[in-house]
Unconditional design. Structure first.
Lengths: 489, 119, 230
């Protein structure tokens, strides 16, 4: 019987050991994140069948609620931690090939710590612990954005840091207020004490915490840092930030709103914000010439789509939102990794410089195209069932208002299709005057990309393989009373 | 007057938070913004400690055998603030490192002019 | 325009927050868990400093996260600073430190280290603990940097102290998972008798590990920041 605490403890021990390992051999240090994320992937998958029966509640230190900290490894937590471990594993293999300059030992340690922060955040059942792991996640991402040391990276990191630090302070203010109101820090105890959100004080606490978490989740209008940060970071970090960090931030927002506060009145407002985020993201992405900035804005749009699905708050729509989250993580990771080598070979981040890449780097371009088609929502890729389910559950909601929102969402999807097709067209169908020789990315970069491509196709063809898990996860998020009972008994 | 006497700590902490947020929003020198972040952190820590205070209470340390548990302040906010101060220091250190590097690159720290990345 | 919007938003936030503070009466008992810790802390953890027992025993997981945050920041700072070049010998363009400073440092450095060690070794008995002791030790190193610019800390030893401190903490947690009451971070060592140095199970051991780790880390942070200035 493995304990979910191992998901955090073992990688953390390894992370503390990496500087020591790096002193002995720089090459050995780059394999540690691979090993750690593989361990997490295996343990998370092993724990999933048990969590489907009933959530695993781990009492750290042996103290019962609300006196100790607990980990709540239910279907949602293990789904997210599997996703984090999978993306972490894939990107860490790619990083062995692509991170060659600079203080590489520190890069690998920071990268592993980012993954640990994300894993801890999705598994915890205590609100102050959520804040601590959130800080681990964000501070390591501030440092990693500036890793290359160039002007763009430093500026993006500084602005990200200032906005993120203000957000964190707001979360802490909200937690302090919440402790003053309820007298406990355990999420289930707070949920039991708070009831539905009625009084002003509880609403203020919730608003502060949601705004603070929303900075990391990149919800409009808190996402000003994202295009700069995701485009100036090294490609592996862009992939992890877009693929994991903002999703985990969104999970934190959803967990706080649904489970801790039970705020059903906020949901319409969140749906509006989500559609606004979607439209802003897709329209700005359409206007971009820089491929990484385009992908960054596309992430903002996708977060809007996921939040829209979740804010509809029916079990089918939440499951669809989680499916879209999975699809986005897989696609965005491949897109950034493929773009990384394409930029490296062509020497520039402009989309126009990618013309003819289909000839020069056929495998990489194929991976990019598959991921792009999946994100837009074409069958037989993973993005198709997820988008289809979102539209279907949204239309099933009563009310003309929802039809308007669905219309806007579809409009955003059309724009998304346009700019992605533009890029794919440039890669495959524009010929350059001189035909450069085939100059494919190294195997260490291709293998992880194609592993994910295979997964995208597999999930697209057999979506039922994971819908069981997603339905349980949706039920866990929505059924607040069940959550409280599982923890407090 | 008793209202003020009771709530002075909250008002002071909120004042620090307000000043910190104002500095971060209004100033454009990175060092001043970092100082604003530090003031914001201090205000929040003060607020959390004030939440934990219990009238006529002493520190929750049984330094002599005769102390009764009933007259001690809440230890939980103190533990929270301990963690929060360390996290604040961590962010501050990283921010200052970035500021030093930015100064090396640009020669100044005016955030309005550090706009390498265009829209 | 931007300033007016931010000031209006700020006013709304502060007003709303101020109103909600009326629900948090000052100096009244409002915690579900505080009293439990004070009443049961001595028996369940063996420490007389209840804040320490909350920090390291009841909420030890948060402390683990906290040392990780500091670790991340020190690493991040090192990574950001290292992006340009390695260690260089700094030319001395300032006037050499005075005799008073150098003699004072010779006397104070061992005293400061001793004081820091005292603070974190007695963390379960008196106010203080690993972080406070570690900060004092780092200030001792800062004093050395102020007086004798040519001395640098040994990077290999600093990395070793840093990493080993963290590994000891996580390792003790994992041992707790394997033996004793089989929970991660459970206190499996004997509690000893109250108010003595060798009491409170693994709390002093963890605080010693944290103290050494934080001292080494903060000294490394000072070293990194020092490199950039000439």
């Amino acid at each position: 019987m493995v304990s979910p605490a191992l998901l955090i403890a073992v990688p953390l021990g390894l992370a503390f050991a990496v500087p020591l390992i790096g002193l002995a051999s720089r090459k050995a240090a780059q394999y540690v994140p691979v090993v750690a994320s593989l361990f997490n992937l295996v343990v998370s998958v092993i724990l999933i069948p048990q969590a489907l029966d009933g959530p695993i509640v781990v009492h750290i230190g042996g103290f019962g609620p609300p006196f100790g900290i607990m980990l709540f490894a239910g279907p949602v937590g293990l789904f997210m931690s599997t996703l984090v471990a999978l993306a972490g594993f894939i990107v860490s293999i790619y990083a062995i090939a692509s991170i060659k300059t600079g203080p590489t030992t520190r890069y690998h340690t920071l990268y592993l710590l980012l993954l640990i922060g994300a894993t801890g955040l999705v598994l915890t059942g205590d609100i102050f612990n959520l804040f601590v792991f959130f800080e681990i996640l964000t501070i390591s991402s501030y440092a990693l954005v500036a890793y290359h040391g160039d002007r763009g990276g430093l500026e993006a990191a500084a602005k990200y840091l200032v906005q993120g630090a203000v957000g964190s302070s707001l979360i802490l203010l909200g937690i302090g207020l919440l402790y003053g109101l309820t007298g406990t820090l355990n999420m289930a105890s707070i949920a039991a004490a708070v009831g539905p959100v009625t009084s002003v004080s509880v609403f203020v606490a919730m608003a502060l915490i949601v705004v603070g978490l929303g900075v990391e989740a990149a919800i409009f209008p808190l996402n000003a840092w994202l295009p700069d940060a995701h485009s100036s970071a090294p490609s592996t970090i862009s992939a992890i930030l877009s693929g994991i960090a903002i999703e985990v931030g969104l999970y934190a927002v959803v967990r706080v709103v649904f489970t801790v506060f039970g705020a059903s009145s906020m949901l319409l407002f969140l749906a509006f914000l989500a559609v606004l985020t979607l439209l802003v993201g897709e329209m700005c992405a359409f206007a971009q010439h820089n491929i990484k900035r385009m992908l960054a804005y596309s992430s903002i749009g996708q977060i809007g789509l996921i939040l829209f699905a979740v804010a509809l708050a029916s079990s089918a729509s939440v499951a669809a939102g989680l499916f879209q989250l999975l699809s986005h993580t897989l696609s965005k990771v491949v897109l950034f990794l493929a773009a990384g080598y394409m930029i490296h070979r062509s020497g520039s981040t402009e989309i126009s410089s990618l013309e003819g890449m289909g000839m020069r780097m056929p495998l990489t371009s194929l991976a990019f195209a598959v991921a792009a088609f999946s994100l837009v929502g074409l069958p037989p890729f993973a993005g198709f069932p997820s988008k289809f389910l979102i539209i279907r559950t949204a239309v099933a909601q009563q009310g003309a208002l929802f039809l308007v929102l669905v219309g806007l969402v579809l409009f955003g999807t059309v724009i998304e299709g346009t700019y992605f097709f533009r890029v794919v067209q440039a890669i495959f169908f524009k010929k350059r005057d001189s035909q450069p020789a085939r100059d494919e990315a190294p195997a260490l970069a291709l293998v992880p990309m194609f592993l994910v491509v295979a997964l995208i196709i597999a999930i697209g063809v057999y979506p039922d393989a994971i819908t069981g898990l997603l339905d349980s996860a949706a039920a866990e998020l929505l059924e607040r009373a069940q959550f409280i009972r599982s923890v407090l008994g | 007057m008793t209202f003020l006497h009771n709530y002075i700590y909250y008002i002071g902490a909120l004042g620090l938070v307000l000043i910190g947020l104002l500095i971060v929003l209004a100033k454009h020198n990175l060092i001043k913004v970092i100082i604003g972040l530090s003031i914001l952190d201090t205000g929040i820590n003060l607020f959390i400690i004030a939440v934990g205070y219990i009238r006529e209470g002493t520190a929750p340390i049984f330094s002599e055998p005769g102390l009764e548990p009933g007259r001690m302040v809440d230890p939980v906010p103190q533990a929270l603030v301990l963690t929060s101060i360390v996290i604040g220091v961590a962010i501050l250190a990283l921010a200052l490192g970035l500021a030093v590097k930015l100064h090396k690159e640009y020669g100044h720290l005016d955030l309005r002019k550090i706009k390498e990345l265009r829209w | 325009m931007r300033t007016t919007v931010s000031i209006v938003l700020l006013a709304v936030v502060i007003l709303g927050f101020g109103l909600s503070l009326l629900d948090v009466p000052f100096a009244e008992r409002k915690s579900q868990i505080g009293d439990y810790y004070i009443v049961n802390g001595r028996d369940q953890t063996g420490a007389t400093n209840i804040v320490t027992s909350v920090v390291l025993d009841y909420r030890g997981f948060d402390t683990l996260g906290e040392i990780t945050v500091l670790f991340v920041a020190a690493l991040g700072l090192g990574a950001v600073m290292a992006a340009a070049g390695g260690r260089r010998e700094r030319p001395s363009t300032t006037e050499p430190p005075s005799l008073v400073l150098r003699t004072g440092t010779n006397v104070l450095f061992p005293l400061l280290i001793l004081f820091g060690v005292y603070i974190f070794v007695h963390g379960h008995l008196t106010p203080g603990g690993g972080f406070q002791g570690g900060a004092i030790i780092a200030s001792a190193f800062l004093l050395v940097y102020l007086c004798c610019r040519e001395r640098r800390i040994n990077l290999a030893r600093k990395t070793a102290a840093d990493s080993l401190g963290g590994i000891v903490f996580v390792g003790l947690g994992l041992v707790g998972l394997a033996v004793g009451s089989r929970y991660f971070l459970s206190d499996f060592l004997p509690k000893g008798s109250l108010d003595t140095l060798f009491s409170a199970g693994m709390i002093p051991i963890i605080y010693i590990a944290i103290g050494i780790k934080v001292g080494a880390e903060l000294a490394g942070v000072i070293d990194d920041l020092l490199e950039e200035t000439e």
